[in-house]
Design a protein around this ligand. Structure first.
Ligand code: ARG
Length: 293
C-alpha cells in the first residue's frame, strides 16, 4: 500500500461497563458475568486488530488504565491531521481522567517523531475527538458533530488549528451521541449516514455537499448494529457484524467488507471506528507543501 494507515488502539484489559453515559450502555448485563465479558472483549479487540492488519494497516497499541474503561475508544482522544493533534475535552466526568493519559501518549509520539504538534482544546470547550470530527479526504474538510458531547464552539477551534474547512452537523438524538455512530465517509467519496440522527438542516447539508448520488442511507438495523461506526481505508471496510444487505450495498460500490464480532463493546455504545484513532492522515495541502520542500 502506497500510504499505510497507522491506527492507535488501546489494550482492553481495564474495559468494563460500569456507568451509563449513553443509552446503549448496559452495566447490568456486564455485571452478570464480568469475567466472561472481559474475556469476550479481549477476543473481540484481538479480532479487530487482526482484521485491520490483514487489511493493510499498522496498529499501535497503548495500555489502558484501571477506572477508565472507555479508554478503549481512542477515537474520542483527539483529532489528528497533518501530524498535528488536538486532544479532547470530555463532556462527561467519567471520561475526563483519560485526557492526561492520552496527552502523555501523544507527547511521547511527538518526541519519537510521529507528530509535530500536540495541543488540547481550551478548558470548558468540550470536544470528543475524531468521534465527533471526521476527515473527508475527497472533499478536504472535516465534518463535525455537535449538540451531544461536543460543543458548537469547538468547531472554530478545530478550523483555526488545522486551517481546513469544518462543516457543522447538529446531532439531535442521544442514541447517536457521537458523529461516528451515524456518519461514515468512504474513500470513494460516498457517505453512509443514518438520517434520524441529524436535524433537517444537517441532512440538507450532507446531501448538498456530498451530492445525492454519493449518499447511502443506513437502516435502523445498520445503525443499531454499530455498522456505520466503521473503519475504511482504500477499498477495505471493517465493521461490527453487518446485515447482509449492507454488505451487498457496499460491495456494489466496490468495497470489501470485513465483519467482526464486537458485541462486548456495543454494550458500551461503541464499534470499530471508535476503537481506533487514525494517526497519519494528511490533507492535500500538506502533501503539496511537503513535495515543494
Ligand atoms: N461508552 C463510551 C462513551 O459513551 C463509548 C464511546 C464510543 N465512541 C465513539 N466515538 N462513538 O463515551
Amino acid at each position: 500500500m502506497a500510504f499505510q494507515p497507522k491506527l492507535l488502539m488501546v489494550d482492553p484489559s481495564h474495559f468494563e461497563v460500569s456507568y451509563v453515559i449513553n443509552p446503549w450502555m448496559k452495566p447490568g448485563a456486564w455485571h452478570e458475568d464480568p469475567a466472561g465479558h472481559l474475556h469476550q472483549a479481549r477476543t473481540a479487540s484481538a479480532a479487530l486488530h487482526k482484521a485491520l492488519v490483514e487489511a493493510g494497516a499498522e496498529v499501535l497499541t497503548m495500555p489502558g488504565a484501571r477506572g477508565l474503561p472507555d479508554m478503549v475508544f481512542p477515537a474520542n482522544a483527539a483529532v489528528v491531521l497533518d501530524r498535528r493533534a488536538i486532544v479532547a475535552r470530555f463532556a462527561c466526568d467519567e471520561r475526563r481522567g483519560e485526557e492526561a493519559l492520552f496527552l502523555k501518549q501523544f507527547r511521547s509520539l511527538q518526541r519519537r517523531g510521529g507528530l509535530d504538534t500536540v495541543v488540547q482544546y481550551p478548558e470548558g470547550i468540550f470536544q470528543e475527538g475524531a468521534g465527533d470530527c471526521i476527515w473527508d479526504d475527497s472533499r478536504q474538510q472535516f465534518w463535525a458533530g455537535y449538540g451531544q458531547r461536543s460543543a458548537k464552539a469547538s468547531l472554530q477551534v478545530t478550523e483555526d488549528f488545522f486551517n481546513v474547512p469544518v462543516v457543522p452537523l447538529e446531532l439531535v438524538s442521544p442514541r447517536f451521541y457521537h458523529l461516528d455512530t451515524c456518519f461514515l465517509v468512504l474513500s470513494g467519496g460516498e457517505i453512509l449516514y443514518y438520517p434520524p440522527a441529524f436535524s433537517a438542516e444537517g441532512r440538507a447539508t450532507i446531501e448538498g455537499l456530498a451530492g445525492k448520488e454519493n449518499v447511502l442511507e443506513a437502516t435502523d438495523e445498520d445503525a443499531a448494529g454499530f455498522c456505520v461506526n466503521a473503519v475504511n481505508f482504500g477499498r477495505e471496510i471493517i465493521m461490527a457484524r453487518p446485515p447482509r444487505a449492507l454488505v451487498e450495498r457496499l460491495e456494489a460500490r466496490g468495497y470489501r467488507v470485513t465483519g467482526v464480532d464486537l458485541d462486548p463493546f456495543i454494550l458500551s455504545g461503541g464499534g470499530a471506528y471508535c476503537m481506533t484513532l487514525r494517526l497519519n492522515r494528511e490533507s492535500s495541502a500538506a502533501v503539496e507543501r511537503a513535495a515543494a520542500e
